[in-house]
Ligand binder design. Structure first.
Ligand SMILES: Nc1ncnc2c1ncn2[C@@H]1O[C@H](COP(=O)(O)OP(=O)(O)O)[C@@H](O)[C@H]1O
Ligand SMILES: [Mg+2]
Length: 276
């Protein structure tokens, strides 16, 4: 059951981005504003070239917009230094891409251990234990010792998700994670992302083309020609959840000092809301 949070965890405002120079310059995003919520699985759809990957990269802190702002967990991420951005991503963000990005020489446990050890500063045994738990949870208990070349596409994608889950991130970004998979495996991937949202309270943004995914999602963002053409709520809600800024003022004033301490304190109890 989806949680209906009141406050967005990610707010993108008037995001614009173009690529190229002079006459070759083309607009990928022409002023898009979106809200994503903790505990929700947000699906982004639209034709090829409509700006989906560009928007996902901007919201996740990978690509700087030409204009516009992104508040993520209360922080203005494009006002941070590069070092702060990197620390923010490391601490809060999990990425899943189509190409899996697994290391060819390592088996499944090692792929996840690496994240624990180098991304999360876990000790060897702690990382190994957590890696095994996550793989078991993903139904890969018997595949722990396989290398990527010995796995199916669906298994590789689950390992890639496992790597993101090692961090138990508050924010999940997935760009076409199912496009190389058949429906049965794609559906498993979607189920995992949905449970990250619904059971762990994560904010999930997923780009996908398959309309069978729509019923799994809490909101569907339709992008076309670099613009947001509509937001649909598959569970029948007629409008978007009430936004904090609709009530009084901007998110900044709702999060004193722009820091995210409240979120982190909140993680041990309810992860969904600031405790402050
Ligand atoms: N790095 C880039 N350099 C030049 N053009 C780009 C780059 N990334 C995206 N674009 C262009 O921006 C537009 C939107 O691309 P993208 O966000 O990848 O769309 P989608 O993910 O919806 O297919 C396209 O016209 C694409 O060619
Ligand atoms: Mg794309």
């Amino acid at each position: 059951m989806a949680v209906s949070p009141q406050k967005s965890s990610i707010e993108g405002r008037d995001l614009r981005r173009a690529f190229g120079q002079g006459t070759m310059r083309s607009t990928a995003l022409a002023g898009v504003s979106v809200d994503l919520y903790p505990g929700q699985f947000s699906l982004m759809m639209g034709p090829s070239g409509s700006g989906k990957s560009t928007l996902l990269a901007i919201l996740s802190g990978l690509l700087r917009p030409d204009q516009g702002k992104v508040h993520s967990l209360g922080q203005d991420i494009w006002a941070m230094s590069e070092g702060q951005q990197e620390a923010f991503r490391l601490r809060h963000v999990g990425f899943i891409f189509q190409g899996y990005n697994l290391f060819g020489a390592f088996n499944a446990v090692q792929q996840l251990e690496l994240v624990g050890r180098w991304g999360m500063s876990m000790g060897f045994w702690e990382a190994r234990k957590k890696a095994r738990q996550v793989l078991d949870m993903l139904g890969l208990g018997k595949k722990k010792h396989l290398r990527p070349s010995e796995m199916s596409g669906g298994e590789k994608q689950r390992v890639a998700i496992g790597r993101a889950l090692m961090k138990d991130p508050e924010l999940f970004f997935a760009d076409e994670p199912t496009s190389a998979l058949d429906w049965a495996h794609g559906e498993q991937v979607i189920e995992l992302l949905r449970s990250a949202a619904h059971e762990r309270g994560a904010t999930v943004l997923c780009v996908a083309h398959d309309s069978r995914i729509i019923p799994y999602s809490d909101q569907v963002l339709h992008l076309e020609d670099g613009q947001l053409k509509g937001v649909v709520y598959p569970d029948g809600k007629s409008g978007r959840p009430e936004r904090e800024e609709d009530k009084t003022h901007s998110i900044k004033s709702g999060l004193p000092g722009g820091d995210d301490e409240g979120w982190n304190k909140g993680r041990t109890g309810s992860r969904l809301y600031r405790t402050a």
